[in-house]
Design a protein around this ligand. Sequence first.
Ligand code: CTP
Ligand code: MN
Ligand code: MN
Ligand code: MN
Length: 373
Amino acid sequence: VYCSPPTAVANVSQYACQRRTTTENHNKIFTDVMEELAESSEFNESKGPCLAFRRAASVLKSLPSAVHCLEAIQGLPCLGEHTKAVMEEILTFGRSFKVEEIRCDERYQALKLFTSVFGVGPKTAEKWYRRGLRSLKEILTEPNIQLNRMQRAGFLYYSDISKAVSKAEAKALGCIIEETVHWIAPDAILALTGGFRRGKEYGHDVDFLLTMPEMGKEEGLLLHVIDRLRDQGILLYCEYQGSTFDVSKLPSWRFEDMDHFQKCFLILRLEQGQVEGERGLQSDPGDSRGWRAVRVDLVAPPVDRYAFALLGWTGSRQFGRDLRTFAYKERQMLLDNHALYDKTKKLFLPATTEEDIFAHLGLEYVEPWQRNA
Ligand code: CTP
Ligand code: MN
Ligand code: MN
Ligand code: MN
């Protein structure tokens, strides 16, 4: 078997923000397994191993070709003994026994199922598991379970929102959001973010950023947009969060901290007829209602924070996490979705574009479609 020499993989950075990762993943057989191991570690609250598996998967995703032998990954960062053992198993047997064991695990199966419901996180899932619940039906029929509004919506639209959203569907939603936003404010600035901005073919939701060219004018915008979506009869669910943004606060280095911008988590009704390629198609008679529910996120930062919000919401999660770690450890800077702060100079560094932020960090610009880390 041909093995590329170790030099072929030299100079791969430990930081995803110094790698270029397109949607073309040549090492899916490894990365799928590692992402399952990461998820299983997350369920066991093993944060260290979880991050280690995610980092390893991310490095492998950035490689220009498939790994065919262990020698080929020599010198690569973020691949620990544990990861290498899993890779060796896959290279030798074509499968990982460790991951197959996890897939059969009752607890893993239940937690994976429960957290697939919109509004259900690992904590709630764990609580339900401890109460002996194993299926979604058991949760819905258990009399002592109190679901919150988000979880009720999650169950109500479960079959639709657990189905991947296609690029065509994302485009159709983009048209609806654009028309709605510009009907309210013709000069509003709207951008697609999240996985679809990175060029992904499918996603679990569609993410948008909106703002106004004049500072402060964005304040009432989101609530108007929500009203207008409701008037059009396409708003199935809305969880609105007002802004808690404080300009004087230093950016938070911790990636887990949510941003403070005004935002909403929606479920919208998308008509099949509005989706390119499905126009006039005779749909399957078993699925003939002609519409589907889709998860949509809208975030409305003030315009002077637009570039930071765009960079943060474009992701990927691993790319964003590594940008913030890189800023902190290599540049003594604090970066989050709101701002960039230089600890040495004790200065906030303003930015109007993503390119400005990369430049402040002394990083080469990475295009959105190269951020699929
Ligand atoms: N994000 C964030 N703050 C939140 C929620 C999300 O900064 N409160 C960021 C995430 O880190 C991610 C991006 O926004 O990088 C998009 O989040 P999400 O929609 O969950 O992921 P996608 O990358 O779009 O993947 P998918 O296709 O599954 O939606
Ligand atoms: Mn290639
Ligand atoms: Mn998304
Ligand atoms: Mn989202």
